[in-house]
Design a protein around this ligand. Structure first.
Ligand SMILES: [Zn+2]
Length: 60
């Protein structure tokens, strides 16, 4: 969805323009609904990483 990103910490949809906080990790920008979510992400980004949105059924 254009203009919307999912907060990787709480799963909430966040509008890019209205994101309370952003963080870059591995070349990707993540958007957060609050500073608290960003801090949680920054503490342990790998916890919230998703290796692609497909669960299984991948040829890679
Ligand atoms: Zn959040």
């Amino acid at each position: 969805m254009f203009g919307k990103e999912e907060d990787p910490v709480c799963g909430m949809a966040v509008k890019k323009k209205e994101a309370a906080a952003t963080s870059e990790h591995m070349g990707k920008t993540y958007y957060f609904c609050s500073q608290t979510c960003k801090e949680k992400f920054d503490e342990n980004p790998m916890n919230y990483m998703k290796m692609g949105k497909k669960e299984g059924g991948s040829c890679h």
